[in-house]
Design a binder for this molecule. Structure first.
Ligand code: 4NP
Length: 177
Protein backbone atom coordinates (compact mmCIF):
# COMPACT_ATOMS: atom_id res chain seq x y z
CA UNK A 1 0.00 0.00 0.00
CA UNK A 2 1.24 3.48 -0.92
CA UNK A 3 0.53 6.18 1.63
CA UNK A 4 1.25 9.90 1.44
CA UNK A 5 1.05 11.96 4.64
CA UNK A 6 0.07 15.59 4.11
CA UNK A 7 0.32 18.71 6.26
CA UNK A 8 0.68 22.41 5.39
CA UNK A 9 4.43 23.02 5.16
CA UNK A 10 5.81 19.44 4.90
CA UNK A 11 8.58 20.23 7.38
CA UNK A 12 7.00 19.32 10.75
CA UNK A 13 4.03 16.93 11.00
CA UNK A 14 3.94 15.02 7.72
CA UNK A 15 7.65 14.17 7.41
CA UNK A 16 7.51 13.09 11.07
CA UNK A 17 4.44 10.94 10.33
CA UNK A 18 6.09 9.45 7.24
CA UNK A 19 9.25 8.51 9.13
CA UNK A 20 7.48 7.28 12.28
CA UNK A 21 5.09 5.15 10.21
CA UNK A 22 7.93 3.61 8.19
CA UNK A 23 9.67 2.83 11.49
CA UNK A 24 6.55 1.26 13.00
CA UNK A 25 5.70 -0.73 9.87
CA UNK A 26 9.21 -2.10 9.63
CA UNK A 27 9.16 -3.14 13.29
CA UNK A 28 5.87 -4.99 12.68
CA UNK A 29 7.03 -6.51 9.38
CA UNK A 30 4.37 -4.69 7.34
CA UNK A 31 5.24 -3.64 3.81
CA UNK A 32 4.23 -0.08 2.93
CA UNK A 33 5.47 2.66 0.65
CA UNK A 34 5.46 6.03 2.38
CA UNK A 35 5.89 9.60 1.30
CA UNK A 36 4.82 13.05 2.49
CA UNK A 37 3.98 16.44 1.04
CA UNK A 38 2.59 19.85 1.95
CA UNK A 39 -0.49 21.60 0.64
CA UNK A 40 1.58 24.82 0.48
CA UNK A 41 4.70 25.61 -1.52
CA UNK A 42 6.54 27.34 1.36
CA UNK A 43 9.25 24.74 1.94
CA UNK A 44 9.92 23.01 -1.36
CA UNK A 45 13.28 21.19 -1.17
CA UNK A 46 13.73 22.15 2.51
CA UNK A 47 14.93 19.67 5.11
CA UNK A 48 12.46 18.90 7.93
CA UNK A 49 12.31 21.41 10.81
CA UNK A 50 15.30 21.04 13.15
CA UNK A 51 13.02 20.10 16.07
CA UNK A 52 11.28 17.44 13.93
CA UNK A 53 14.74 16.04 13.22
CA UNK A 54 15.94 16.31 16.82
CA UNK A 55 12.93 14.49 18.27
CA UNK A 56 13.15 11.79 15.58
CA UNK A 57 16.77 11.22 16.47
CA UNK A 58 15.91 11.02 20.18
CA UNK A 59 13.38 8.28 19.32
CA UNK A 60 15.71 6.39 16.98
CA UNK A 61 13.57 7.19 13.92
CA UNK A 62 15.37 7.85 10.62
CA UNK A 63 14.12 10.78 8.52
CA UNK A 64 15.26 11.45 4.99
CA UNK A 65 12.93 13.88 3.26
CA UNK A 66 12.89 17.12 1.30
CA UNK A 67 9.80 19.32 1.24
CA UNK A 68 7.45 19.06 -1.70
CA UNK A 69 4.00 20.30 -2.56
CA UNK A 70 1.12 17.86 -3.08
CA UNK A 71 -0.50 18.16 -6.51
CA UNK A 72 -3.67 16.73 -8.07
CA UNK A 73 -1.51 14.30 -10.10
CA UNK A 74 -0.22 12.72 -6.87
CA UNK A 75 -3.59 11.04 -6.27
CA UNK A 76 -2.82 8.61 -9.10
CA UNK A 77 0.33 7.36 -7.37
CA UNK A 78 -1.07 6.57 -3.93
CA UNK A 79 -3.73 4.43 -2.27
CA UNK A 80 -4.25 6.66 0.76
CA UNK A 81 -3.66 10.36 1.42
CA UNK A 82 -3.48 10.99 5.16
CA UNK A 83 -4.19 14.58 6.24
CA UNK A 84 -2.91 15.89 9.56
CA UNK A 85 -5.76 18.33 10.20
CA UNK A 86 -9.11 19.42 8.84
CA UNK A 87 -7.63 22.38 6.91
CA UNK A 88 -5.25 19.99 5.10
CA UNK A 89 -8.21 17.70 4.43
CA UNK A 90 -10.26 20.56 2.94
CA UNK A 91 -7.35 21.66 0.71
CA UNK A 92 -6.87 18.08 -0.45
CA UNK A 93 -10.58 17.75 -1.24
CA UNK A 94 -10.28 20.88 -3.43
CA UNK A 95 -7.35 19.29 -5.28
CA UNK A 96 -9.25 16.01 -5.61
CA UNK A 97 -11.89 17.83 -7.65
CA UNK A 98 -9.18 18.54 -10.27
CA UNK A 99 -7.99 14.94 -10.18
CA UNK A 100 -9.65 11.86 -11.63
CA UNK A 101 -12.57 9.92 -10.16
CA UNK A 102 -11.84 8.18 -6.88
CA UNK A 103 -9.35 10.78 -5.66
CA UNK A 104 -11.51 12.20 -2.86
CA UNK A 105 -12.14 8.69 -1.49
CA UNK A 106 -8.39 8.30 -0.87
CA UNK A 107 -8.33 11.19 1.61
CA UNK A 108 -8.54 10.45 5.30
CA UNK A 109 -7.57 12.31 8.47
CA UNK A 110 -4.96 10.59 10.65
CA UNK A 111 -7.09 11.22 13.74
CA UNK A 112 -9.81 8.96 12.34
CA UNK A 113 -7.56 5.97 13.16
CA UNK A 114 -7.28 6.83 16.85
CA UNK A 115 -8.97 4.45 19.30
CA UNK A 116 -11.51 6.79 20.86
CA UNK A 117 -13.10 8.07 17.63
CA UNK A 118 -16.80 7.56 17.01
CA UNK A 119 -16.96 6.54 13.31
CA UNK A 120 -20.48 8.02 13.10
CA UNK A 121 -19.35 11.44 14.34
CA UNK A 122 -16.51 13.25 12.54
CA UNK A 123 -16.43 15.92 15.27
CA UNK A 124 -14.72 13.31 17.49
CA UNK A 125 -11.69 13.18 15.13
CA UNK A 126 -8.76 15.12 16.59
CA UNK A 127 -6.43 17.21 14.44
CA UNK A 128 -2.66 16.85 14.80
CA UNK A 129 -1.73 20.32 16.05
CA UNK A 130 0.70 22.37 13.98
CA UNK A 131 3.87 22.66 16.12
CA UNK A 132 5.54 25.27 13.93
CA UNK A 133 6.86 28.17 16.02
CA UNK A 134 6.72 26.15 19.26
CA UNK A 135 9.43 24.59 21.39
CA UNK A 136 10.82 21.06 21.71
CA UNK A 137 8.10 19.91 24.14
CA UNK A 138 5.41 20.59 21.51
CA UNK A 139 7.37 18.55 18.95
CA UNK A 140 7.69 15.75 21.51
CA UNK A 141 3.90 15.89 22.06
CA UNK A 142 3.40 15.89 18.27
CA UNK A 143 5.24 12.56 17.95
CA UNK A 144 3.24 11.12 20.86
CA UNK A 145 0.01 12.21 19.21
CA UNK A 146 1.10 10.92 15.79
CA UNK A 147 1.88 7.55 17.33
CA UNK A 148 -1.75 6.98 18.35
CA UNK A 149 -3.11 7.55 14.84
CA UNK A 150 -0.22 5.73 13.17
CA UNK A 151 -0.80 2.58 15.25
CA UNK A 152 -4.46 2.62 14.19
CA UNK A 153 -3.43 3.22 10.58
CA UNK A 154 -1.05 0.26 10.75
CA UNK A 155 -3.89 -2.00 11.97
CA UNK A 156 -6.00 -0.72 9.06
CA UNK A 157 -3.21 -1.52 6.56
CA UNK A 158 -2.73 -4.99 8.08
CA UNK A 159 -6.47 -5.69 7.72
CA UNK A 160 -6.47 -4.47 4.12
CA UNK A 161 -3.47 -6.62 3.27
CA UNK A 162 -4.95 -9.68 4.99
CA UNK A 163 -8.20 -9.09 3.06
CA UNK A 164 -6.32 -8.82 -0.22
CA UNK A 165 -4.46 -12.05 0.47
CA UNK A 166 -7.60 -14.04 1.32
CA UNK A 167 -9.31 -12.47 -1.73
CA UNK A 168 -6.45 -13.64 -3.92
CA UNK A 169 -6.62 -17.11 -2.42
CA UNK A 170 -10.36 -17.43 -2.94
CA UNK A 171 -10.15 -16.37 -6.59
CA UNK A 172 -7.10 -18.51 -7.35
CA UNK A 173 -7.82 -21.47 -9.61
CA UNK A 174 -6.73 -24.93 -8.43
CA UNK A 175 -3.31 -25.83 -9.73
CA UNK A 176 -2.23 -22.23 -10.35
CA UNK A 177 0.05 -20.02 -8.26
P1 4NP B 1 3.75 21.59 9.11
O1 4NP B 1 4.07 22.94 9.94
O2 4NP B 1 2.52 21.91 8.28
O3 4NP B 1 3.46 20.60 10.17
O4 4NP B 1 4.96 21.30 8.28
C1 4NP B 1 4.24 24.18 9.31
C2 4NP B 1 5.50 24.52 8.84
C3 4NP B 1 5.68 25.75 8.23
C4 4NP B 1 4.62 26.63 8.11
C5 4NP B 1 3.37 26.27 8.59
C6 4NP B 1 3.18 25.04 9.19
N1 4NP B 1 4.81 27.91 7.49
O5 4NP B 1 3.87 28.71 7.48
O6 4NP B 1 5.90 28.14 6.94
Amino acid sequence: MRICFVCLGNICRSPAAEAAFAHLAQAEGVEVEVDSAGTADYHIDSAPHHLTLAEAERRGIAIDHRGRQFSAADFDDVDLVVAMDSANERDLLDLARQAGPGAAEKIVRLGSFEDDVDPQDSSTIRDVRDPWGHGPEVFEAMYDHLDQGLRGLLRHVQKQQAGQQSGQQSTRQPGTQ
